[in-house]
Design a protein around this ligand. Structure first.
Ligand code: PY5
Length: 305
């Protein structure tokens, strides 16, 4: 359990970071959030926050869409986060959860003319998808459309869609799902982006496919190109392309890179973790812990040295 939170402009004991049942965001899901990971590097005895600036830039974009005014800049949010982590004193992998939300207590669905608030907590965190190799189904649900709830904004209320998708998959015996858009093309997982490999190239749905524009997705595209010489094509993916792909994997802050070895009861490629996914996973786990000089600028150290 975390000991502290940043709440109403200050650090408070976590027990004091409470909202009323009348809070707008609790009633209507009018908030947005981020999920950020910090990784413990044992040799350096240092905690590194991964791509923190980019996460807070995305939070600002989500806030813009939801008309939430965030009183802190990207840099200030980073400073608050580092201070919180220092107070907690974590020496293990950590998950950081910033929330920006409509805090007015009262009735009335809208975005305008409401009070906004920001809160932050961080807790120790291991794997998100338990299994090393995941089995997926194509969800019977469809992904929320930009014309209804913008997927590019990480909106709290929109996660009802993710929750329906995830629970259906798990109760039906799968580890995760892949969800299609209204037009029947692949969008993403319940909380992850999706990549497939065909003819040795990476393919992932475009940012117009109602995906959350993932930072792990961007990281994977960059390291695949720069370190493995593999380009990623962003284009629509048919459902049945999933069945004939050589490899498939999820990417996400929580899920990191998780191979998908079976989709709708059909083995993906050999039915085992593929070589490209394996290489990317090895690289990713070094990069996030600050062990690759070239990408060290993505890692913010928490403790003074
Ligand atoms: N798609 C959705 C719907 C997501 O919720 C997430 C992240 C991603 C894709 C991947 O984005 P990124 O690579 O920027 O993390 N999901 C959160 C996470 O922390 C919450 C999951 C419970 O991974």
């Amino acid at each position: 359990m975390p000991k502290y939170a940043f709440f109403k402009g200050q650090f408070v004991p976590i027990e004091e970071a409470k909202v009323s049942i009348m809070t707008h965001a609790f009633n209507y899901g009018t908030g947005c959030f981020e999920g950020i990971r910090a990784y413990w590097n044992e040799e350096e005895e240092q905690l590194f926050v991964f791509r923190m600036g980019e996460h807070y830039e995305r939070l600002h974009r989500s806030c813009r869409i939801l008309m939430i005014s965030l009183p802190y800049s990207v840099d200030e949010l980073g400073e608050i986060t580092v201070e919180l982590l220092r107070k907690e004193g974590y020496r293990e992998d950590t998950y950081i959860r910033p929330l920006a939300y409509k805090a007015t207590e009262g009735i009335g669905v809208r975005l305008h003319g409401l009070e906004d608030a920001f809160a932050l907590f961080a807790l120790p965190f291991g794997k998100y998808i338990e299994k090393e190799e995941s089995r997926a189904c194509v969800s019977s649900w469809r992904r929320i459309d930009d014309t209804a709830i913008p997927a590019r904004a990480k909106v709290t209320g929109a996660y009802i869609n993710s929750a329906l998708i995830k629970t259906e998959a798990v109760l039906n015996g799968f580890d995760e799902a892949i969800v299609l858009n209204q037009d029947g093309h692949v969008s993403e997982g319940s909380g992850e982006n999706v990549f497939i490999v065909r003819n040795g190239k990476l393919i992932t749905p475009p940012i117009t496919a109602n995906i959350l524009v993932g930072l792990t997705r961007a990281t994977v595209m960059q390291i695949a190109r720069e370190e493995l010489g593999i380009e990623t094509v962003e284009r629509p993916i048919d459902r049945t392309e999933l069945y004939v792909a050589e490899e498939a994997f999820y990417t996400g802050t929580a899920a990191e890179i998780t191979p998908i070895v079976e989709i709708d009861h059909r083995p993906v490629g050999t039915g085992k973790m593929g070589p490209i996914a394996k290489k990317l996973m090895d690289l990713y786990s070094k990069i996030v812990r600050g062990k690759v000089e070239k990408y060290r600028h993505w890692c913010t150290p928490v403790y003074p040295k």
